[in-house]
Design a protein around this ligand. Structure first.
Ligand SMILES: [Zn+2]
Length: 158
């Protein structure tokens, strides 16, 4: 998948920074660019590595300070899987609602299409006269490897 920065998103993030009295620095732009190299869920450390490849002056502190701003502005969302690693994902990328299936041993996350969830949320809300703002579905599971060996070789190191 080709990665290009959506100019509109960059501009609205820039405006968001402005509303906080912050500026779009080269480093923040580096972090922003690295975001769009992520293909699925990512950790702060993964983002840091990619951001450094874009601009080697990006520091760990820049990434960690930038992440809450990106979440607040709605560019990305935080996925709290109740594990030590915190995951993030870009918002508004997929047309189909995705559920996250998380291996309870290795923390690996798999996205599964769950279009019925979107329908369900809408239907329930409409009945109550509400508007859907956000909804999520997480499934804790054991991956096949864990079930077979009692351990996962792909356990993510934090
Ligand atoms: Zn696993």
């Amino acid at each position: 998948m080709p990665t290009s920065i959506p100019q509109e998103t960059l501009e609205s993030f820039s405006d968001f920074l402005g509303s906080k009295g912050l500026r779009m620095t080269d480093q923040r732009k580096g972090v922003f660019e690295a975001l769009f190299k992520q293909t699925g869920h990512f950790t702060a450390e993964q983002l840091l590595q990619d951001a450094k490849n874009v601009d080697d002056t990006v520091s760990r502190a820049t990434v960690y300070r930038c992440l809450p701003l990106l979440v607040e502005s709605g560019v990305i969302r935080k996925i709290d899987v109740g594990q030590e690693n915190k995951y993030y994902a870009l918002n508004g990328r997929s047309e189909t609602f995705k559920a996250q299936v998380i291996c309870s041993n290795c923390d690996r996350i798999q996205d599964v299409d769950a279009p019925f969830m979107e329908w369900y949320g809408k239907t329930v809300s409409e009945k109550l006269g509400l508007e859907v703002k956000d909804q999520r579905l997480q499934v804790q599971a054991e991956c096949p490897e864990f079930r077979k060996n009692g351990n996962c070789s792909h356990t993510i190191q934090s």
